[in-house]
Design a protein around this ligand. Sequence first.
Ligand code: G1P
Length: 316
Amino acid sequence: MRGIVQEVIRSAIVPVAGWGTRMLPATKSQPKEMLTVARKPIVQYVAEELVRNGIEQILFITSRNKTAIENHFDTDPELARLLDSANRRELARELLFEQLHTKFFYTRQRVQRGLGDAILCSENFAGEQPFVVALGDSILGLHAESKAVARMVELFEAKHATCVVAVEQVPAEETSHYGIVQIADGDAGYYRVVRLVEKPPAGLAPSNLAIAGRYVFSPLIFDMIRRVKPDDRGEIQLTDAIQATCEEGKRVLAVCLPSNEKRYDIGNFPSYFETFVEFALADPEYGPEFRKVVERLLAAGVRKSEDKSHKAEVSG
Ligand code: G1P
């Protein structure tokens, strides 16, 4: 059907099923996607970004211990009444996101078998339509103001692509943490992808262009995922399914994120800390005061990580 009727992409899949083990103990009993960056949980930024990019329905691929995500997007009349009766209408404004113009759907990945397998759980939801995938632990742009997804959708439609991935440059020593793409020559802001490798061993990456948590797919990806063999950890990688798409001779394109729409990764503590501080400093209301606090702390020489006194207290 595609190619005859140009479909406008209105659906997004947000996988949030992962354990978040790199962020224990913070993620022991709450989803990492519910950790806050400045004022909001990460997943709220992701949903707001998608709505800003024209998405009208979002399917979360969840797992056990992720019900806080559903609760967050649900309306809470009791809380709304409480804020109203206590005459605290300015706080009620903080719940306006509950009226986001999108429909929310949830399904569970029952066994953790990797990102590709998680996406396969959305097959019935997607049906015959192309769709966006947005990883639930990545925010694009300061305060999620990126319009990269809308541009990727436009490119997908204009070029009759089978897949479009967002990519960003990473230092050579970090390529082993990402899906890495090899591109053919390109211009006009996008490239043709010729090969992809998920987390290549150090020194073996075909480039330093890393997949950056946003994708547009035609439903063909589901057949490609079914072809993928599990990796040595038993996981079905989405990157391998995109590689299979390339091998089929289908058009896979990459769009490089500009620096003002960079990806904030919440999958590990160093990057989470940095993201939190950057967003808090940019907070229109609290940012200026917080900046002074940070400057004061730095000037006073806050305890450095090599200071072992905290460990001594704990073990003692
Ligand atoms: C996933 C993808 C990887 C991508 C990364 C960041 O890895 O498998 O290709 O580069 O997200 O978007 P993860 O961070 O879940 O290990």
